[in-house]
Ligand binder design. Sequence first.
Ligand code: ATP
Ligand code: NI
Length: 351
Amino acid sequence: MAEKVLEIKHLTAGFMTDNGIVKATDRVSLHLEKGKTLCVVGESGSGKSVTSLAVMRLLEFAGGAILEGSVNFKGEELSVKSQDEMIHIRGNKIAMIFQDPMSALNPVFTVGDQIAESLRLHQNKSGAEAWKEAVDLLRLVGIPAPEVRAKQYPHELSGGMCQRVVIAIALACKPDLLIADEPTTALDVTVQAQILDLLRRLQNEIGMSILLITHDMGVAAEMADRIAVMYAGVIVEEGTVAEIFDHPSHPYTIGLLQSIPGFEGSRGEELFTIKGTIPALSQLPSGCRFHPRCPHAMAVCQEQEPENISLGDDHTASCWLFKDSGNMPANRGQGRTFQPPSDHNGEVKRA
Ligand SMILES: Nc1ncnc2c1ncn2[C@@H]1O[C@H](COP(=O)(O)OP(=O)(O)OP(=O)(O)O)[C@@H](O)[C@H]1O
Ligand code: NI
């Protein structure tokens, strides 16, 4: 059994609002092994970022809090640490990168200074030593002429270059865990592919684990060892990347896959979208949160929250369809990539 770097159990995190407490994640459980990548996927508002902010204990700074559950990082319980203790963990053992690299960089310092500062802070490196290592890190993240680039300011670099700098800063502390929240969403497709390549290469070289948050199933397919599908604050399906893509089971996961252009099961030139929208946290539906949008909803789905059901092969889904093994997904074990449900109430849009 590989070493678990991160284990989240029954994590409920939320915010105080005018309508009372809203839970942005509800008993979320996830685990990530050393050197592996876990992708959390789901539509906007499903609670992906809240989960990662809760792990980093940054939720407090956004007006939220962990209400219940545990976050175990390499044997340490993070949910009970003080913010002083968290400062030593953040940017040291756990690093985080976000969608917008510009907002993570300081416009008035050169990029070399910013990496060197991180090295001074976390690794007690002296000035000249830190600068030399900053240049090495720029080289490591694939920036050409790193000696020249190190002396430049963020505005002198492209968005993709800036994201490489942010990654270099994250790596300065040799983290065990990198949390990347939509790290390539703001970049164009070519640059996106380069940054994903870079993350994979660095992971192989350094052995760090990656928690990658994305709304893009294509990115998840490329990067993930495991995928957790999140909807309205809960994990609806979780499994290895092969299981999720070869035997997608939860109707929401199937909908997400059908929305990928050109994916087997999506309808040629036409793009599928899941009917309806994700509910507001203050107005969650009864029973299964997905039932109002689900093409297979049954009476029980409106009444009771589904149990988390094992589908075998290290794969679980929370869906009443699988309560009896007789309802196992039709495509299981047939060696076929993906079968769209015969009836669905999704809308079909022209691409
Ligand atoms: N500071 C806040 N106060 C109140 N509610 C919040 C706050 N931040 C997030 N939320 C709510 O928590 C829910 C989950 O938000 P979250 O940002 O985690 O979604 P996400 O899955 O990361 O979406 P996206 O893909 O858009 O980044 C949303 O309903 C959001 O409105
Ligand atoms: Ni987010």
